[in-house]
Design a protein around this ligand. Structure first.
Ligand code: AMP
Length: 225
């Protein structure tokens, strides 16, 4: 039986974290935990948490650490996460990274994958991105659904995310540089960081990620990091 695999995926907005995390989750049979998806679901259902998160998300700002940490701790306590997970979109601040270490224990992660993509590329991806409101399938103005803005997969409406406007994108990328980028040092110091080139076809990036995870799982990986 495979050992439990616990991974984080870091990268700028538009680097392809969600797409790749979904594939990694299917490949290893581990839970895909996306804090962005959790907050978007909460916003749709209109809970108190959802209203607050929805407002912040729309402006491209971060949800406060105490809320994020509570939501993630609850999700990680579910049985599927006990069999392994890939955490996507969290941590985004040093406070969240430290809290996560307390929740799962120091040394519990197998690897932290950072997907590297140039800012000009993510700007193009995000400003043209369109998402199915119902199933979350992602399109682009350069690669739309077959029937005008109706999801090919489920027939739902395909729309622009509120935080994919130019203003919000600018704010999100600035926050990434300021608050999330320093986490690469946090994880490099722990010997966990694996950098992966996020350019090119989705399949090629996925193959690079799997190679990075496999090398982290290899018994001699300590010296290779
Ligand atoms: P994402 O889909 O990961 O880009 O997340 C969408 C939005 O959800 C972000 O712009 C934040 O407003 C909020 N969010 C998601 N994850 C976090 C997190 N770990 N910390 C703070 N805010 C978050």
């Amino acid at each position: 039986m495979r050992p439990t695999i616990r991974l984080l995926i870091l990268g700028k907005q538009g680097a392809g974290k969600g797409t790749q995390a979904a594939r990694v989750s299917a490949h290893y049979g581990i839970a895909h935990i996306s804090t962005g998806d959790i907050f978007r679901d909460a916003a749709r259902t209109g809970t108190d948490l959802g209203r607050k998160a929805g407002e912040l998300m729309g402006r491209g700002e971060l949800v406060p650490d105490d809320i994020v940490v509570g939501v993630v701790a609850e999700r990680l306590a579910q049985p599927d996460a006990g069999r392994g997970f890939i955490l996507d979109g969290c941590p985004r601040t040093r406070g969240q990274a430290e809290a996560l270490e307390e929740i799962i224990g120091a040394g519990a992660l197998e690897a932290v994958i950072e997907i590297e993509v140039a800012t000009s590329v993510v700007m193009h991806r995000l400003s043209g991105r369109r998402v199915c409101e119902h199933c979350g399938a992602t399109y682009h103005v350069d690669a739309p659904p077959e029937v005008s803005w109706i999801c090919d997969a489920c027939g739902g409406d395909v729309v622009q995310r509120a935080d994919d406007t130019e203003d919000a994108i600018g704010r999100r990328l600035a926050i990434y540089e300021e608050q999330t980028r320093p986490l690469t040092d946090f994880y490099a110091e722990r010997g966990l960081l694996r950098r992966v080139d996020g350019g090119g076809a989705v399949e090629d990036v996925f193959a690079r990620i799997v190679a990075a995870v496999e090398s982290a799982l290899a018994p001699s990986s300590g010296s290779a990091r």
